[in-house]
Ligand binder design. Sequence first.
Ligand code: FAD
Length: 501
Amino acid sequence: MSEVYQKLKKIVSEKFVSNDLYMRHAYSRNVDPVLQGIPEYVVRPKDAKEISEILKIVNEENIPVIPRGAGCCEFGGSKPIGDGGIVLDMKRMENIINLDEENLIITVEAGISWSKLNEYLSQFGLYTGCMGPGSGLTASVGGGISHHSVGGGGCAKYGACTNQLVSLEIVLPTGEIIETGSQANKYSKFPFNRFGNGPDLASLFCGDNGIFGVKTKVSLQVFPRPDFANYKTFLLPRKSVEASVNIFTEIRKKGVDVYDAIYIMDLLVSVGCQYGLFPLWDNLKRKRGVFFYVIEANSEVELEEKTKQLDNILLTNKAEELGPEIADGNFAKWHYTEQGHWLFAHNLWGVVPGFEPLDAECHTPINSYPAILKDLDQWDQEHSEEMNMILEIAGFRPITGSGPIILIDGNNVEFTCGFTSFASYIDGKYYDIIRETNIKLWKSILERVTKWGVQWYMMGEIMSRLMIEIGAYSEEYYNFLKSIKKTLDPNLILSRGKFNF
Ligand SMILES: Cc1cc2nc3c(=O)[nH]c(=O)nc-3n(C[C@H](O)[C@H](O)[C@H](O)COP(=O)(O)OP(=O)(O)OC[C@H]3O[C@@H](n4cnc5c(N)ncnc54)[C@H](O)[C@@H]3O)c2cc1C
């Protein structure tokens, strides 16, 4: 065994380091289809101290390290870029460290999943507000903070999960351990506030896609789950995209306090029904766009008032309410009461074996997405030759469109768009041409969407490099980013290759 292996073994013990071939291959993948490199070692540390020791060694040996939560990044974020290096699997670090019930702050290890964290909080009538990403059943809190994740419930009310961040414990790429916010004052007994003690350094690590440090401890605000909630689902009129924009805009303009407001476009409703994704809408005669909302309140009177305000907006936009029960098609009820906010996205991935969502998740102002959707139709037509080639081999023409469009804080939506294709393994045969075409088309659609000025929040390998390749960052901005990276990580150890570092 190599000297590095021996050193790693000494730090984490033999059980938690591996260079077995199957293990290395397993950790070479995220949910996206791109194979970009196979790590040399997989290490599963138990605490910040072990991570610090690992990082000191790899700096001496010049070995890149890539932190990984649950590996759900859709853009190749938590796997190596190029062969070699170490994948730092954070999933062993999933303990709850402290619930400060008085100050409503929880401190956890970064590898804990959103579902485990919220299951724990539910015993106290609490929740995290933003329930993390749609992948929250498995995705980790550290991964969420590294992505500014949003989309797993509660986003219209609470925004992205980084809004709730109070403090972080970080192992810097060179091995030093720091704490941010109130904890920058070593006399502070417990985390209570993010801002102060100088600049907000926690922000530097929010949405950093794992390039500036390894998050080991996360303190988040938590909230009492209100006693009352209402959830309704509506079928939209024929021009559902325009109707959805009006509804989102009116919700914001009228200042209605909504927990979740989500639009599912016509194409997704009809294709989803065809492939068994929405069994509760099987009986819908017209497979049109759907809009649903969830509201929360502290009293029946408040709930009634908010329901009235929202229904008024929906009905004046000619939406038709489906029934109150899940069996009547009330997706909102399933979404809020049955953890549909996490199940929905997981189901999307598995809907047809071999389906591959090649998507683009970004933030964009409410009034901008109709034009982007039209442009995506145009993009699809411009690429019909490649699409038809895939149709001929796979018997399936890729579908371009949008996933659920979710109201988030401010006047923004989380906008998931892209295309769904078939992976390259079909009926026992491997098609390189499909893999290559999928990736070429994917980069092309990402470039097209970027040029609408959207804001990416999960970047991984693909988006972070594409931004540089298409010149989306100004030179000054990119140089500034590079100089921070060089200062924190002079040997470019962490997530080497991202943002072309
Ligand atoms: C079915 C499905 C649905 C999804 N829905 C959403 C959604 O609604 N909203 C959304 O935001 N995303 C979504 N995603 C993408 C992704 O799951 C999330 O962004 C999630 O937050 C990633 O968490 P993870 O633990 O899997 O992180 P990983 O994918 O393992 O890592 C993500 C990034 O964070 C870094 N990282 C992970 N842990 C640490 C750490 N402790 N310290 C430093 N860096 C770290 C990694 O290097 C990587 O760059 C979805 C993915 C799937 C498969």
